[in-house]
Design a protein around this ligand. Structure first.
Ligand code: APR
Length: 306
C-alpha cells in the first residue's frame, strides 16, 4: 500500500504522520511545491518511526515520479483561511492548485482513490473529479467526518460523557449551510433529543457550523489541522482496511436525495473500492429543504469554476 499526501503543510504533514503511526501504508509520499519542505518533514517523520514503532517509509518530493502507483491520494494542497475569510474566498486560487496537482498525480496513479481536503471542499471535489476523469466512487471529499467530530465534541462537553458514545450525522456542504440532524444523533443509543433541550441543541449546532472559523480566529495565521487530518485519516483507514464504514463524505450526487450533478455531503459506505454506496435516509420536509439549499450554494460555486 502506497499513499501519497499532496501538500506538506499543516493538514498534509499531520495526516502523513497519522497514517505512518497507524501503519496504514508501507510507504507514504509527501508532495509539496516548496523545495525542501516535503523532503525535510518526510525524513523527520520517518525518523520518528523507531520511537513510535512504525515501519512505514515516509519520503518527500517536489515532483510526481515517486508517487507512481499510489492506491490512495490525499489532496491537501492549497491556501488555508485567515480571519475574516470564508471558505469561498479560497475558491479561485485553490481551484487552480487542485486542478494542477490532480492531473499530475492521476497521470502516475490512474487507479488511485482521491480523498480531497482542500477548501471550499465540495467544489474542490468537483474540480478534482473533472481533472482526474475518475468515476465518482474514487473522488471523495472530507468534511462530514470533521463536522460531526466537532459536533460530537461539543455534545460530549455539554453532557459530560465520552465522545466515543456519541454518534451523529451531518449532511450538506462544508460551510454555514451544513445540515446537522439532531434526530439522528444519539448518545449510547439514546436519542439526543431526549437528553438535551432544543435550545441547547440549536446552540451546539450553531457552534459546529462555525467550528472552522472558531479555530481560524484563535490561530490567526491559518486554519484547523489536527481534527481535519484525523478525519481524513479515518477515511483512509476505512478504505485501506475495507471496513465498510458509514461516514458522511462529500460525493457527486446523481439523483440521490433529489440532487443531481452537485457535490454535497451524504452518508456513504467506504471500503476498498472507495465510495461503495450512498445511503439514503428519510428526511423531513424541513431537512430536505435545508439540504437542497446547501446543494444550491455549492452549485453556485461549482458553476464559477466550471
Ligand atoms: N502543489 C503542491 N503543494 C502545494 C501547491 C501545489 N501546486 N500549492 C500549494 N501547496 C502547498 C503549500 O506549499 C503548503 O505547504 O500546500 C500546503 C498547504 O499547507 P498550509 O498552508 O499549512 O495549509 P493547511 O492548513 O494544510 O490547509 C490546506 O486544507 O483544510 C484545508 O482550507 C484548508 O484549503 C486548505 C487546505
Amino acid at each position: 500500500m502506497k499513499i501519497t499526501v499532496i501538500g506538506a503543510g499543516n493538514v498534509g504533514a499531520t495526516a502523513a504522520q497519522r497514517i505512518a503511526e497507524k501503519e496504514l501504508a508501507n510507504e507514504v509520499v509527501l508532495v509539496d511545491i516548496v523545495e525542501g519542505i516535503p523532503q525535510g518533514k518526510g525524513l523527520d517523520m520517518y525518523e520518528s518511526g523507531p520511537v513510535e514503532g512504525f515501519d512505514t517509509v515516509v519520503t518527500g518530493t517536489n515532483t510526481y515520479d515517486a508517487t507512481a502507483g499510489s492506491e490512495i491520494v490525499v489532496i491537501t494542497a492549497g491556501i488555508p483561511r485567515k480571519p475574516g475569510m470564508s471558505r469561498d474566498d479560497l475558491l479561485n486560487t485553490n481551484a487552480g492548485i487542485i486542478k494542477s496537482v490532480t492531473s499530475q498525480v492521476c497521470a502516475k496513479s490512474p487507479n488511485a482513490i482521491l480523498i480531497v481536503v482542500s477548501n471550499p471542499l465540495d467544489v474542490m471535489v468537483y474540480v478534482a473529479q473533472k481533472a482526474s476523469g475518475f468515476p465518482r466512487e474514487r473522488v471523495i471529499g472530507m468534511a462530514g467526518v470533521l463536522d460531526t467530530a466537532r459536533y460530537r465534541t461539543f455534545i460530549a462537553m455539554e453532557l459530560g460523557v465520552s465522545v466515543e458514545d456519541i454518534t451523529a450525522l451531518i449532511l450538506g456542504g462544508h460551510g454555514d449551510s451544513m445540515v446537522p440532524l439532531p434526530r439522528y444523533t444519539s448518545v449510547a443509543g439514546i436519542p439526543l433529543t431526549e437528553l438535551m433541550s432544543q435550545e441547547k441543541i440549536d446552540a451546539i449546532v450553531k457552534r459546529a457550523q462555525n467550528g472552522g472559523i472558531e479555530i481560524v480566529n484563535h490561530l490567526k495565521t491559518g486554519s484547523a489541522f489536527y481534527a481535519p487530518s484525523s478525519a481524513a485519516v479515518q477515511m483512509v483507514e476505512a478504505i485501506v482496511k475495507d471496513k465498510k464504514r458509514i461516514l458522511p463524505c462529500a460525493v457527486m450526487l446523481n439523483g440521490e436525495y433529489g440532487i443531481k450533478d452537485t457535490v454535497v455531503g451524504v452518508p456513504v459506505k467506504l471500503g476498498r473500492k472507495g465510495m461503495e454506496q450512498i445511503v439514503e435516509i428519510k428526511l423531513t420536509a424541513e431537512e430536505t429543504a435545508m439540504l437542497k439549499k446547501s446543494a444550491d450554494d455549492v452549485k453556485v460555486n461549482m458553476d464559477k469554476v466550471a
